[in-house]
Write a protein that binds this ligand. Structure first.
Ligand code: SF4
Ligand code: SF4
Length: 231
């Protein structure tokens, strides 16, 4: 929904008021500088906050530091399949092109390999930024740029949340059911291919029939809970 100019003015006035009350509370007599409010109180994650601020807040990366040198895209191994290149994603975030970015395939295809982050002269970790974009896309209500990739992503995360690790068989079962089912796999010709791969993995002991939880499953669940709150 687009905010009216009156809503924007009200929000701006509320932000100014919040910041000045923070400043008054924090500044004692004789202080040279007024105390700065905490970062979390300076930003409010709402539709009225610029898109780049929202993504910076969720990812912890300073999106506006990018100066478009393209080193990230030149090193990314997945660009051949992406509809928007990584350096273009960051520029579009700066320009506030929220819908275009959140409905792109790129955010679901990023493999989080972190090659881009290690090449960036401004130390922007694009993998973390892509993660923040996926979180935002899930909550946005926009149609997903790559349904299969997003279903796979969710199946992978749900397995890690439950067991603290990936339980391959459970993950593939969830993915198959949500991405079109067995009938869909018959039609797209992947059923036989997957069955052969499954048998090879089973023979090599890579496909256990039951899931083993790791010791720190509780801690992993806590990380998921905190990340939900943040997003
Ligand atoms: S490498 Fe860093 S500074 Fe260069 S375009 Fe990519 S994100 Fe921007
Ligand atoms: S983390 Fe994602 S965007 Fe960066 S190089 Fe790897 S696949 Fe490409």
């Amino acid at each position: 929904m687009t905010a009216t100019s009156e809503e924007l003015k009200k929000d701006e006035a509320a932000s100014v008021e919040a910041v000045s009350s923070q400043t008054e509370e924090g500044s004692g007599a004789g202080d040279d500088k007024p105390a700065r409010p905490e970062a979390s109180k300076r930003y409010k994650l709402s539709e009225l906050t610029p898109f780049s601020d929202i993504i910076s807040e969720i990812s912890g990366e300073t999106i506006n530091n990018c100066y478009q040198c393209k080193k990230c895209s030149n090193g990314c191994p997945i660009t051949y399949a992406m509809d928007i290149q990584p350096h273009q994603v960051i520029k579009m975030i700066q320009l506030g092109m929220e819908k275009e970015v959140l409905t792109s395939k790129t955010i679901w295809l990023c493999a989080a390999c972190e090659t881009c982050g290690t090449r960036c002269p401004n130390e922007i970790k694009l993998a973390d930024m892509m993660d923040a974009l996926r979180q935002r896309a899930e909550k946005s209500g926009y149609s997903v740029g790559s349904k299969r990739a997003s279903v796979f992503h969710r199946a992978f995360l749900s397995s890690v949340e439950k067991y603290g690790r990936v339980y391959e068989l459970g993950m593939m079962r969830e993915f198959t059911l949500k991405a079109g089912g067995v009938i869909g796999k018959v039609f797209d010709g992947t059923l036989i291919k997957d069955a052969k791969l499954g048998l090879t993995m089973k023979k090599k002991g890579k496909l256990p029939l039951t899931a083993d939880k790791i010791k720190g499953t509780g801690e992993v669940k806590e990380i998921f809970k905190n990340s939900q709150k943040k997003g």
